[in-house]
Design a protein around this ligand. Structure first.
Ligand code: FAD
Ligand code: GLY
Length: 358
C-alpha cells in the first residue's frame, strides 16, 4: 500500500525540477531534503551551460544537446509557476586551447571579442554557449515548487529504502513514507548508506569566488581555460560581478574555503585579464560536485529494481543537464521511450576502474 506516486530524495535542482515535471504529468510527489533545499551544489555552481566544453566526455553530448533544446520551455514553465523570469547572462564563451584548433580565432577577432585579454600563447575559439545565474534559477525553481501541491519536506534525511511488493518503504529521520516509486536525487551523497549501495558517486569539491568587475572591464562573455573560468553576471541585481572558478578536489564532504586556493584562482584569472588584479573580492565558497568514474550521470532504474530509480552524478554539468534529466526521467517513469538512448547513462553500465581526471 502506498500513499503517493513518487518519493524523491534530494531537494537540489535535479530533484526539484524532476518533481515539477512529474507533478505536471499529474503524479503526486513528495521531496525529502535532509537540510534546506537548493543549498548544496546547485547554488554553488557557476551557471555555464557548457555543452561544448572540450573537457566534457563525448557521451555527454546527446544529453547536453537535448537539455539545451529544452531550456527555453523549462524557463518559461518556471516563469508561469513562479513569476520569476530567469535570463541568460551570456551567449558566447571564449575557450582557450593549448594546441591550435581548426577554427582558431584570429588575433584581430580575439582583440575584438575581449580587448583586455593577454593570450599567454594559448589559442582561442569562440563558442555559442549561454550561462545563467544558478542562485536565480534556484529561487525560481523553489518558488515554482511551492506554487504546486508538491510536498517538500525539509530537515528530513532519507536513511534507507526498501521495495515491498509494488511499493517502496522509505525510512527517514522523521518517519516512514510509502510510495509507488522512489528516485534518488541526492547528488554527491547518492551512494551513501543504504540509499544506493554500489552506485559509484563521490563528492568532488569546487572552491570559487566572486569579484566586482572593474569599470574598465565590461565583460559580456565567459572566458574558459582548462583549469579556470570567468563567468560574468550581466543583468539583474548582481550585474557587474564575475565568478572565478574553480578547484577540483577529492576532499570527501569537506567544504572549507582556503585562502591560498582562492588566491591561486585569482592569479590564474589575472594572468589572462591583468585588469582583474584590481577587482574587489565579494565572496568565496565551495560546493560538492556529484562525480562518477566516467563523468556521466546515472539516469534510470537501479539494477534489479522495478521501483527504485536514480538521477544523480551530474558532476560539472548539473545546471546544464537539469531540463533533460527531468524530461527523460519522467518519460522512463511513465513507461514511454525516452527522447534519447539512455544506455550511456545506465546505472548498470560498465565503468572505468580509475576515475576521469577532470
Ligand atoms: P545538489 O544540489 O547537491 O542536491 C542534492 C541534495 O540532496 C542536497 O540538497 C542534499 O542536502 C540532499 N541530500 C543528500 N543526502 C540526502 C538524504 N540522505 N536525504 C535527503 N536529502 C539528501 N554545473 C553546470 O551545469 N554549470 C556550471 O557552471 C557548474 N559549475 C559548478 C561549479 C562548482 C564549484 C560546483 C560545485 C558545481 C558546478 N556545477 C555546474 C555542477 C552542478 O552544480 C551540479 O552538477 C548540480 O548542482 C547537481 O545537482 P543535484 O541536485 O544533483 O545536487
Ligand atoms: N562546470 C564548472 C565546474 O564544475 O567547475
Amino acid at each position: 500500500m502506498h500513499d503517493l506516486d513518487i518519493c524523491i530524495a534530494g531537494g537540489g535542482v535535479i530533484g526539484l525540477s524532476l518533481a515539477l515535471e512529474l507533478h505536471r504529468r499529474g503524479l503526486s510527489v513528495t521531496v525529502l531534503e535532509q537540510g534546506q533545499p537548493l543549498s548544496e551544489a546547485s547554488t554553488a555552481a557557476a551557471g555555464m551551460l557548457a555543452a561544448s566544453d572540450p573537457d566534457n566526455p563525448a557521451a555527454l553530448r546527446k544529453l547536453s544537446d537535448l537539455s539545451l533544446s529544452l531550456y527555453p520551455a523549462f524557463l518559461d514553465r518556471l516563469d508561469e509557476l513562479s513569476g520569476i523570469r530567469v535570463p541568460f547572462h551570456t551567449s558566447a564563451t571564449l575557450q582557450a586551447h593549448l594546441a591550435p584548433p581548426s577554427n582558431e580565432l584570429s588575433t584581430e577577432a580575439l582583440a575584438d571579442a575581449l580587448p583586455q585579454l593577454t593570450s599567454n600563447n594559448r589559442h582561442f575559439t569562440l563558442i555559442d554557449e549561454r550561462s545563467l545565474d544558478p542562485r536565480h534559477l534556484a529561487e525560481a525553481v523553489l518558488t515554482a515548487v511551492r506554487a504546486t501541491s508538491i510536498d517538500l519536506r525539509t530537515g528530513t534525511r532519507v536513511l534507507s529504502v526498501q521495495s515491498v511488493g509494488d511499493s517502496v518503504e522509505v525510512q527517514t529521520s522523521t518517519g516512514a513514507f510509502h510510495a509507488a516509486r522512489f528516485i534518488n536525487c541526492t547528488g554527491a551523497w547518492a551512494s551513501q548508506s543504504s540509499l544506493a549501495p554500489g552506485l559509484a558517486i563521490a563528492p568532488r569539491k569546487g572552491q570559487m569566488l566572486a569579484v566586482a568587475l572593474p569599470p574598465s572591464l565590461p565583460l559580456h562573455l565567459v572566458l574558459r581555460t582548462h583549469g579556470m573560468y570567468i563567468v560574468p553576471r550581466t543583468t539583474g541585481p548582481h550585474a557587474g560581478r564575475a565568478i572565478i572558478g574553480a578547484t577540483i578536489e577529492d576532499a570527501g564532504f569537506d567544504k572549507t574555503v582556503h585562502s591560498k586556493d582562492i588566491a591561486h584562482l585569482r592569479s590564474l584569472a589575472n594572468a589572462f585579464l591583468p585588469v582583474l588584479s584590481e577587482a574587489r573580492q565579494l565572496e568565496a565558497w565551495a560546493g560538492l560536485r556529484p562525480s562518477s568514474p566516467d563523468g556521466l550521470p546515472f539516469l534510470g532504474a537501479m539494477p534489479e529494481s522495478r521501483n527504485q530509480f536514480v538521477a544523480a552524478g551530474h558532476y560539472r554539468n548539473g545546471i546544464l543537464l537539469t531540463p533533460a534529466t527531468a524530461h527523460v526521467m519522467a518519460q522512463l517513469l511513465a513507461g514511454e521511450s525516452p527522447s534519447i538512448d539512455l544506455a550511456d547513462y545506465s546505472p548498470s553500465r560498465p565503468l572505468p576502474s580509475s576515475p576521469i581526471a577532470q
